[in-house]
Design a protein around this ligand. Structure first.
Ligand code: MCA
Ligand code: AMP
Length: 481
């Protein structure tokens, strides 16, 4: 994808994780050696755990022009089976077989492992218009859909963000985000490499590892609001954490709404004002507070260069930019996806005359700053920055032998933003499973972050005359925390 500086730089540090750093030359060599083993594959899945091996595999795929399907390494059996059947990668890169059988099934993908110390030249970069990424994202119902993103879309968005954040080769980005979503993959990994700067990945996020990486020379921190909430708590207790935050050039939050309280706590503890940005897998990043821009809690900044936004009221008309009229955000620009894999019907539903309908509700101030105030679909949950469809969790719960009916909601949660709460009606006579057992059941089928954090066993679900579950009545039964 023209990680422009990847082909030019030598001994400069590219990726650090734990005790090990790969220079640009080492990264290029290891990626080139892996790419030489694709054997004609055009679509490659990578078990995107937070390791240098996985990062090398991602770079190899991006730079050699194959389509990359990043996989959550903890994907459960049902979701993994869906993704492999839908995307049909010819190769899966990972340390263990993605589904235990993938490597042995006739016609199944070949398994490859990364050798960090191998060296070979990179193949020429592919056509910028080609699909570079297939990233799976949840909807309200059904299985996750593969979002097709071109190399051009990714490059355009990274350059727009470089402009917004004055992001250069001098920057050392710090984060502990997973590499199977846009935030950790596009912004967090491809971003530093396109600039020619460095990434210090935490392996696993904690306030302590983040503070240590900033203290060791990190300049920019990327995180989801849950991480900033945990950093605020740590910074209030520990002056070293506060001092590490204070010395960063830029703290950026995205993937979910940053509570004003977290913004204020970080400001009080460290003097830093977090810069928010807003995006979706299908559009990449749409708005960002600029490095030299005003930072107002709850506001995600103006559109980035090249992106045009419209806020549309229920009557289809554009809303005034008055800071209080609410409309649904529609997006046009160079970073839009090219559709959902195998789902032209779903693509048609979200595109209208070249505009992508985000489903997010926002106001727009006269200076162009957006404030995201909600979303149309109540059956979508954002928990810890991960998008989860209530329908997929309900479906997984219904596969448990003891479960007769299930309803799932996202409930306000101070740490996760929203936490997944399930109400379950058991089969008559069934031995009641524990909440932990039901959570483990969902984690094993889908992914751990989709598990309910709270389960209520009930006699019946409130329904309207049509039989539809009245989720607002369920919501009224739980307090936020
Ligand atoms: C826990 N675990 C389990 C179970 N419970 N495994 C199996 N069965 C269970 N019952 C495992 C987890 O997999 C994990 O494994 C570990 O235990 C801890 O999990 P958990 O308790 O869920 O972690 P958490 O503390 O709730 O995580 C908080 C987090 C995380 C670190 C903030 O939510 C996170 O990484 N969020 C980032 C989301 C993100 O990147 N979103 C970007 C989407 P292990 O030990 O292996 O970790 S892109 C996007 O939204 C757009 C484009 C944008 O704007 O960015
Ligand atoms: P995903 O599909 O995982 O890419 O999630 C995209 C969704 O995350 C958007 O539609 C928003 O609802 C939400 N989101 C991302 N960034 C922000 C932000 N800064 N503030 C509020 N919501 C956000």
């Amino acid at each position: 994808m023209e990680l422009t500086r990847l082909r030019e730089l030598g001994d400069e540090p590219a990726l650090t994780l734990g005790q090990r750093t790969l220079s640009y030359a080492e990264l290029r060599g290891a990626a080139g050696a892996l790419a030489a083993r694709w054997g004609g594959a055009t679509r490659v899945a990578v078990q995107a755990d937070s390791t240098l091996e996985a990062f090398v595999a991602i770079v190899a795929a991006i730079e050699s022009g194959v389509e990359l399907v990043p996989l959550n390494p903890l994907l459960g059996s049902a979701e993994l089976a869906h993704v492999l059947a839908d995307a049909r990668p010819q190769v899966v890169v990972g340390s263990t077989p993605a589904d235990g059988t993938a490597g042995t099934q006739a016609g199944g993908p070949r398994m490859l492992a990364v050798e960090l110390d191998a060296r070979a030249g990179l193949p020429p970069p592919g056509d910028p218009e080609r699909t570079a990424l297939v990233i799976y994202t949840s909807g309200t119902t059904g299985h996750p859909k593969g979002v097709l993103l071109s190399a051009r879309a990714v490059a355009a968005n990274l350059d727009a963000l470089a402009d917004a954040w004055a992001w250069t080769a001098e920057d050392r980005v710090v984060h502990g985000l997973p590499a199977f979503h846009v935030h950790g993959l596009v912004l967090g990994l491809l971003g530093p490499l396109r600039r020619g700067g460095a990434l210090h990945h935490l392996g696993r996020f904690s306030p302590g590892t983040a503070a240590a990486a900033l203290a060791a020379g990190g300049t920019v921190l990327f995180g989801v609001p849950t991480m900033y909430h945990r950093l605020a708590e740590a910074a209030e207790r520990d002056p070293d954490v506060a001092a590490a935050l204070a010395r960063a050039r830029l703290l950026v939050s995205g993937s979910a709404p940053l509570p004003a309280r977290t913004f204020d706590r970080i400001r009080r503890a460290s003097g830093q004002l977090i810069a928010e940005r807003y995006g979706l897998t299908e559009t990449l990043i749409n708005t960002a507070v600029r490095a030299d821009g005003e930072r107002r809690p709850g506001e995600v900044g103006p559109p980035v260069t090249g992106v045009t936004l419209r806020l549309v009221a229920d009557d289809g008309r554009e809303t005034p930019t008055d800071g209080h009229t609410i409309g649904e955000v529609a997006v046009r620009g160079p970073s839009l996806f090219s559709g959902y894999l195998n789902r032209p019907d779903a693509t048609a539903e979200v595109m209208r005359d070249g505009w992508f309908q985000t489903g997010d509700l926002a106001t727009r101030a006269p200076d162009g700053y957006l404030r995201i105030v909600g979303r149309r679909a109540t059956d979508l949950v954002k928990t810890g920055g991960f998008k989860v469809g209530a329908g997929e969790v309900e479906g997984a719960l219904l596969e448990h032998a003891a479960v007769r009916e299930a309803a799932v909601l996202g409930v306000a949660d101070e740490d996760l933003g929203e936490r997944i709460v399930a109400w379950v009606v058991l089969e008559p006579g069934a031995e009641p499973p524990s909440a932990a057992a039901l959570a483990a059941h969902v984690a094993a089928l889908l992914a751990p972050h989709k598990r309910p954090r709270e389960v209520h066993l009930v006699e019946s679900l409130p329904r309207n005359a049509m039989g539809k579950v009245l989720k607002q009545q369920l919501r009224a039964r739980v307090g936020s925390r």
